[in-house]
Design a binder for this molecule. Sequence first.
Ligand code: NA7
Length: 541
Amino acid sequence: MSQGSSDTDVDAVVIGAGFGGLYMLYKLRELGLSTQVFEAGDGVGGTWYWNRYPGARCDVESLAYSYSFDPELEQDWEWSERYPAQPEIEKYLNHVADRYDLRRDIALETRVTAATFDEDTTSWTIETDTGRSVTCRWLITAVGCLSKPKEIDIEGKGSFAGPTYHTPSWPKDGVDFSGKRVAVIGTGSTGIQVIPEIAKQAEHLTVFQRTPNFSLPAQNRDLTGDEIEEFKADYRHFREEQRASAYGVPAPPPEPSALAVAAEERNRKYQQAWDKGGFAEFFPYADLLTDIEANETVAQFVRDKIAGIVDDPELAAKLAPTDYAFGTKRPCLDTRYFETYNRDNVTLVDLRETPLERITGKGIETSDRSYEVDAIVFATGFDAMVGALNAIDIRGRGGALLRDEWKNGPVTYLGLSVAGFPNMFTITGPLSPSVFSNMIVSIEQHVEWIADCVAYVDKAGEAGIEATSTAQDDWVSHVSELADMTLFPQTDSWYVGANVPGKPRVFMPYVGGVGFYRETCDEIVRDDYRGFDLISAPQEA
Ligand code: NA7
């Protein structure tokens, strides 16, 4: 047991049993801490437990989107495809849970509803929807960045007589759309993955698009035994490169400016990236996300591709984004998404021309007509970055409620810690690289940093640790100054909360890159946890 704490039921509580929660449990056990993980789902996997809609697939390559903490695990596990599909990632996480005997400390089907800090004992009381309550010294949230679905903000959403499906809570047994007229609302990463799959099965698919998205071909395929072997032979080196990279995916260093080279040369590079598939090589110039003119070169390249794929020029124009910079809304990776619109059984409804007015018993009404359908699929996104944390009544010093502290947008120190909420850590919390990176690289870095911090406090014989508000203010300013150097804040995206009505407009990820961020976090540790105060254990009477 850790020292310096009051008597608590367990040393640590971790909320969530996805990639973050599972590894956190593993690390806390390594430190000898007793840990209770609470997970709302009836299985482990987090994002990859819930998002089981047809076509659900990660857009980071499987060999990179996996744990690096155990070289034996990465050697033993065999990925089958270049980009892993949901069932394979879920299987991987179940394997991890079994391999390290993690399940005995995970309470499934248990949602944390409240967490309250007690200043006298430097401990937390955690409450759940099953009525179970636990006290702990350390509270670690591993709730995911895109895990709280956005409330469906469409009039009449409950009035449809047929079945409705929400992509983040897809039925485990799947859905058969054969012979059905299906509507899909939403064309973000999820819509772009689900639409080609439903189109293959449904009698007719009508896609309701509000904002077109830039999407690139994944060029997904099966991995060959030889390439896996070759990759695994140098895995450790690859992991080093991941950690030092900008997005947790090694990429060639960018040239300074897209505008400094001839159009033919630029297009040659974009074409090369297009053929290769994925995002990694799609940003070959450093100014693509800082200079709108430079950005336009790649945006136009993708628009031309859409025009080349979609047979009907009018339809192609509707599918091509024109009013925001490429990459400033999360770009998507697809498998034959634009090609799907060449099918006879697929119709696109452009909600910018004819806005969606309401859902009725029979289907969907826009400003000019109604569409009768047999099933509706909502792929309408998430209350990103803060939604899952704000859904819990987290009370820190003086009973302050976290979501009140965040009413003007999230404030954190390093995206890891919040002033006034001692002994609480937020894995991939807002204002850390998180969604701006290969999540697994960021998760591992946070988990290891948190474990080191807990060990440091224990070694010092102290009861806890807490971010100072000065350090937090400085971090919040730093994150927003970095973002302001880019084109990101100008676009209405979930990065700035623009997809959720009433959400404060704050750019929530850290854009300085995971390599630089890691160095900053490590430097803070070397500086005796600069920006943190230690909390002394209460004196015995
Ligand atoms: P996104 O990217 O937020 O996409 C949601 C889509 O749903 C998007 O096209 C929205 O249009 C659309 N939407 C949302 N609400 C409505 C209403 N009321 N009417 C019409 N259309 C609506 O979520 P995803 O799940 O696709 O992807 C989230 C992330 O998960 C993704 O970026 C990856 O990182 C993984 P809008 O753009 O708001 O006009």
